[in-house]
Design a protein around this ligand. Sequence first.
Ligand code: ATP
Length: 281
Amino acid sequence: MEFNAYAKLNLTLDILRKREDGYHDLQMVMQSIDLCDRLTLSPARGEGEMRTNLAYLPADGRNLAQMAAEAFRRATGKGGAVDIAIEKNIPVCAGMGGGSSDAAAVLRAMNELTGAGLSLMELAGIGQNVGSDVPYCVLGGTALAEGRGEILTPLPALPRCHVVVCKPAFPISTPQLFARVNVRRITCRPDTPGLIAALEAGDLLGVARRMYNVFEDVLEPRRRSEIDAIKSVLIDSGALGASMSGSGPTVFGLFDREDTAREAFGRLSGLYKAVYLCQTV
Ligand code: ATP
């Protein structure tokens, strides 16, 4: 059986506090887009094999998709070994939750294939042991994720719009970014309640104007300049708002018009290899 695993974007990312266990309490409004990996699951003859079209990704028990299959079997006692093939289209280490989305798709697929009949929230609960973004990816759509990402509240859907996504080539280390954040010194935060009110009112411009990611403030200056330059191209082309997703380096803009989205896509495609013209899911 074939399944889509959709990429996610952070409309907001806020860090509320550092916890005693060393993790941070986050508050994030998430959105799925139609850029997706394709997963094929089939009953295995042997122990279960993995294949991906990216040679550098682990194709064994370290792959989040296989970890999810194992977590599902442990939690439910159902489902034999499966072969999993992943066609990766979501950029890796991009802040778009690609691995988490693959894991979430496996959980949903195994629920369907075994007839286990778990609710999405139950599957999300299994997913939290696989990765922090997995619970949201199980749910998908527009949602608020809090805690480490496991406390989920579905939100009214973002009004349909065009999304231009651009991933610059430099890597960003998520642990290093967290280490640089001093929660008491965060001066600029997203207006999360205001953004949720805008979602409730179906006000796309109100959502786009309130998007913000606190990680942008702690990027190294030259990385920050590049992120800002991409945001400027998006805004210049007519984006209603632009922000970095997750721990970056992906930047995206929301557009109410297809022609302006295409213009931004064209301009950024001339500068970067990984540029996508998407829609929300
Ligand atoms: P997030 O937005 O959730 O922080 P990300 O976009 O930064 O995620 P991913 O692309 O999901 O990062 O994955 C990053 C790491 O996970 C890589 O080191 C990769 O080797 C490992 N990984 C394991 N399984 C997968 C998978 N199925 N797809 C992508 N990466 C995977």
